[in-house]
Design a protein around this ligand. Structure first.
Ligand SMILES: [Fe+2]
Ligand SMILES: [Fe+2]
Length: 276
């Protein structure tokens, strides 16, 4: 069972309808990775919810069933907000995105239909372990002040809730199927599969809009920004991610500190409604 309250919040983000695709001012590369992630979620998170619905039939622990329901309710709110954001970003200059999304949608529908529940749960935990590590990294580093305010607010809320429900996919996998090696391999596949979509989106957007790169200092600046961010990734993100691959990893060991509690309270207060 999770010891962290998993609060289901309905948020009212006020997205303007003309957000520039360069959502981090001056940094098209980081921006397009964020756009890629935001485009992934309205397909990935419904797939997680379908997986949990199937898993629920096999869960015999009342507390875990409660966690599972809250997990799905949070994910349901996340992808709905990402759809609103994705609609608000001016993506009309990138017609091939619809094609990439179609392939992704078909993948997830196929996984739900023909892959085992064990695979789908291990995929879910592969995503959750990665988002837990990434959320901790993002909060440690601090949100980029150049990020569009609406995008920043959405991601802070989303990452916070990812940390609130960080134990659920792990526990459901353990309860229903279990097995470290399988979880690791299917989880690595999940991370590769998601990463491939995000990189495809980002590469395509960079190629389709060379003007955005020029406006932000050209290819040389792009390489320089990447060189500057690499040490943070190596020092702060990589160790967290590598730990999730250990047979001794459990998200129950990851603390939810006072700063996160404060942020959770802030978002509960901002929410249109919240169920604690
Ligand atoms: Fe989510
Ligand atoms: Fe999640």
């Amino acid at each position: 069972m999770s010891h962290q309250p998993i609060v289901v919040r309905q948020m009212d983000f006020d997205f303007p309808d003309d957000i520039d695709p360069v959502v981090v001012a001056g940094d098209p590369e980081q921006s397009y990775l964020i756009v890629g992630l935001s485009l992934l979620l309205p397909y990935l998170e419904p797939y997680l919810i379908r997986t949990m619905k199937e898993a629920k039939k096999h869960v015999t622990d009342a507390d875990l069933t409660d966690d599972l329901e809250r997990f799905s309710a949070q994910e349901g709110q996340h992808y709905r907000q990402h759809i609103l954001l994705n609609t608000a970003i001016r993506l009309d200059r990138f017609p091939r995105l619809a094609e990439f999304e179609k392939v992704l949608d078909a993948d997830y529908r196929r996984f739900s239909k023909s892959r085992s529940l064990r695979f789908n749960l291990a995929y879910a935990e592969g995503f959750e372990a990665l988002t837990t590590a990434s959320a901790r990294f993002s909060f440690e580093l601090g949100i980029d002040p150049n990020m569009h305010a609406s995008v920043s607010a959405l991601f802070q809320w989303h990452l916070l809730e990812e940390l609130e429900h960080r134990t659920v996919a792990f526990d459901v996998y353990d309860h229903v199927c279990g097995g470290y090696a399988y979880r690791l391999l299917a989880g690595l596949y999940a991370q590769w599969h998601m990463g491939r979509f995000i990189r495809r989106v980002s590469r395509y957007m960079l190629d389709a809009d060379p003007e955005a790169i020029e406006r932000c200092g050209g290819r040389a600046q792009l390489r320089e920004r990447r060189r500057k961010s690499a040490p943070d990734v190596r020092r702060l993100l990589l160790p967290k991610l590598l730990k999730t691959y250990s047979p001794f990893y459990t998200p129950h060991d990851i603390p939810f500190d006072a700063e996160l509690e404060e942020m959770a309270a802030k978002f509960s207060a901002l929410a249109r409604s919240s169920r604690g």
